[in-house]
Design a protein. Structure first.
Length: 524
């Protein structure tokens, strides 16, 4: 199989489909739905016969909710979950828990100032219904048998209930999990580290009368315990670090869970109705490449996370969102600029995944450490650090993934390039994102910069929509309100360029079209 990037030559005139997505989890469903929303054709295959009713992931973060807003499904996702009001963290050495008031933090520039507890299966159902509303459908019981990247397209061999089939596509996207077949067939390596740390997950009801919208973390000598609220009243997700291999056949029942919870928290939890449990040997890693020719990796196929922080599902959804607008712009272009745009998927998303995976891995190693000295130091230092309001702010926004930034393209067009555009509440009562094009680039003119446009009443300029935001309409402080600036915003709400007027930016972005265009000359 040849899946290295090659000179495409003459494009295939009529592939069967623009994109084949392998895997129908949150990442794959997002990729497929975004493909359709942006005008591409897609097939999404899943080897399983149907969707399971239980899953590991539980938390949907603020930045992911912003992605879902762009897709038009944020209200449906919100209806499936409950916001965390607070996180209570207690170590063995502390007399009382440190309470992080998540709803009381200064989130500022987002419509979603919280972490949302929403089971993965519920998120998947919303995404699947959205896909179907757009005219797509998951092909269940259909597996990938192989593929060949021939330069201008990919030939994909699949097998479903009706037998084997060969499909030609412009692109194939592996969203097929940690044991990714796409990754293996593409010859892309992912080295796992951290094996030997075993986690237990369980969904359970309680008889204990405790506040139901607050999470609890116990840094006990016996091991880490996290108790997370679920949308169903009195049901909780239990996450515990355990001292045995995941292959141990021990039955996890209500009695066992009560013993673990009592030992680490002192709570008489009264566990019952244990609907789901899982044990797994934790490891983490990032694939060497996220793109190889016409093959892309996203989600767990590209990076494997510790469950601490709930980053896995969220990172995968954001991978798909980042990738699909780039494919939509470049899918039928053979220019070098188009290839650079597609290459930026790997540089941006792998550049984000590496520090995130490694950082969460370090935190996981620290809070699951067994050495008595480490436990004592952690127990004494953690309460002091966590008592700081500044740490609370960083914890809320940081874990909420609002502070992520891409290094690509900084310098020439301002230090803000590659950062997420904030979503402040405007004087009109609207959020800024409500005014942006959900499928393409948008000019945002702030303050007196609106007068630098040829016609300040024009709905578009240089083929792109213009949003006029006088500085006095900003209801919260913004680093963009002074001096006056013009911002070129990408479809994923990250900043492509900043200038004092549009004429200072436009020459470098003269050929940027929306997702219906066929030419790409854009630096990201």
């Amino acid at each position: 199989m040849n899946s290295d990037q090659t000179s495409p030559g003459e494009p295939l005139l009529s592939p069967d489909v623009d994109v084949v997505v392998v895997g129908a989890g949150p990442t794959g469903l997002t990729a497929a739905a975004e493909a359709l929303r942006l005008g591409l054709s897609v097939r999404i295959i899943e080897r399983k016969a149907d969707r399971g009713a239980f899953s590991k992931a539980l938390v949907v973060h603020a930045r992911t909710l912003e992605v879902f807003e762009t897709m038009g499904i944020a209200p449906d996702i919100l209806a499936q979950g409950v916001p965390f009001a607070a996180l209570n963290i207690r170590s063995a050495a502390a007399r009382r828990a440190t309470r992080v008031d998540l709803l009381g933090l200064r989130w500022g520039d987002t419509a979603y100032p919280y972490w949302l507890s929403a089971p993965q299966y519920a998120t998947e159902l919303v995404l699947q219904k959205h896909l179907e509303a757009l005219g797509g459908a998951v092909e269940w019981s259909t597996s990938l048998q192989g593929f060949e990247d021939v330069g201008d397209h990919v030939t994909v061999a699949i097998e479903g209930p009706d037998g084997p089939e060969a499909v030609t596509a412009r692109w194939i996207i592996g969203c097929d999990g940690g044991q990714s077949t796409v990754r293996r067939l593409a010859g892309i390596d992912l080295k796992r580290t951290g094996a030997g740390t075993t986690f237990l997950l369980a969904d359970v009801m309680t008889t204990l009368d405790i506040v139901e919208d607050e999470g609890r973390v116990f840094l006990a000598p016996e091991g880490l315990l996290i108790i997370v609220p679920m949308p169903e009243p009195r049901r909780w997700r239990i996450i515990a670090h355990v001292n045995r291999a995941a292959a141990d056949p021990r039955t996890v029942d209500a009695t066992y869970l009560d013993d673990v919870i009592r030992e680490r928290s002192g709570l008489e939890f009264g566990s019952h109705d244990v609907t789901w449990t899982s044990q797994f040997d934790l490891s983490h890693g990032v694939a060497d490449r996220f793109r190889k020719g016409r093959v892309f990796l996203a989600g767990d196929a590209a990076h494997i996370h510790s469950p601490v922080g709930g980053q896995g599902l969220n990172t995968g959804v954001q991978d798909a969102h980042n990738l699909m607008w780039k494919i939509a712009l470049a899918h039928d272009s053979t220019t070098s600029a188009a290839q650079q745009l597609l290459d930026s998927y790997e540089s941006e998303r792998r550049g984000t995944a590496l520090p995130m995976v490694n950082g969460v891995a370090r935190v996981t190693a620290l809070i699951t450490a067994r050495r008595p000295l480490v436990r004592r130091v952690l127990g004494r230092v953690a309460p002091k650090v966590l008592a700081r309001r500044r740490v609370h702010e960083r914890l809320g926004r940081g874990v909420g993934m609002l502070n992520l930034a891409y290094a690509t393209g900084r310098g020439k067009f301002g230090r803000e390039v590659g950062r997420r555009l904030g979503n402040p509440l405007l004087g009109s009562g609207e959020r800024l994102y409500e005014k942006l094009d959900p499928t393409g680039f948008t000019w945002v003119a702030i303050g007196d910069a609106i007068h630098s446009l040829p016609d300040t009443g024009a709905p578009e300029w240089r083929g792109l929509p213009v949003v006029l935001v006088p500085a006095e309409e900003l209801a919260v402080p913004s680093r963009f309100s002074s001096p006056p600036r013009v911002i070129l915003v990408r479809p994923d709400r990250y900043i492509a360029a900043v200038g004092s007027n549009p004429h200072s930016i436009a020459p470098e972005f003269a050929s940027v079209l929306d997702a219906r265009g066929d030419v790409v000359e854009v630096e990201v």
